[in-house]
Design a protein around this ligand. Structure first.
Ligand code: SF4
Ligand code: SF4
Length: 65
């Protein structure tokens, strides 16, 4: 399972992470920004991390440093 954290100070709520994620891990609306709704479905492809323009996303495999 993925532990996904979004740095709320960096995030500008552009929605790119939700748009590029192939597994619909994020739900997005402009008011709240991205919400992690399905962390279990993350396949650790790192697309959201690479595409986030503000380097706001960190993902760890649960149980690992
Ligand atoms: S690493 Fe891939 S599957 Fe996981 S949340 Fe990011 S885009 Fe989605
Ligand atoms: S891509 Fe980055 S800046 Fe854009 S909504 Fe997602 S976390 Fe926030």
């Amino acid at each position: 399972m993925a532990e996904i954290s979004i740095n709320q100070i960096f995030c500008k709520k552009c929605g790119i992470c939700a748009y590029v994620c192939p597994r619909q891990v994020y739900q997005f609306n402009e008011l709240e920004g991205p919400q992690v709704v399905k962390p279990d479905d993350c396949i650790f492809c790192d697309l959201c991390i690479m595409m986030c323009p503000d380097m706001a996303i960190e993902i760890r495999k649960a149980g690992k440093e």
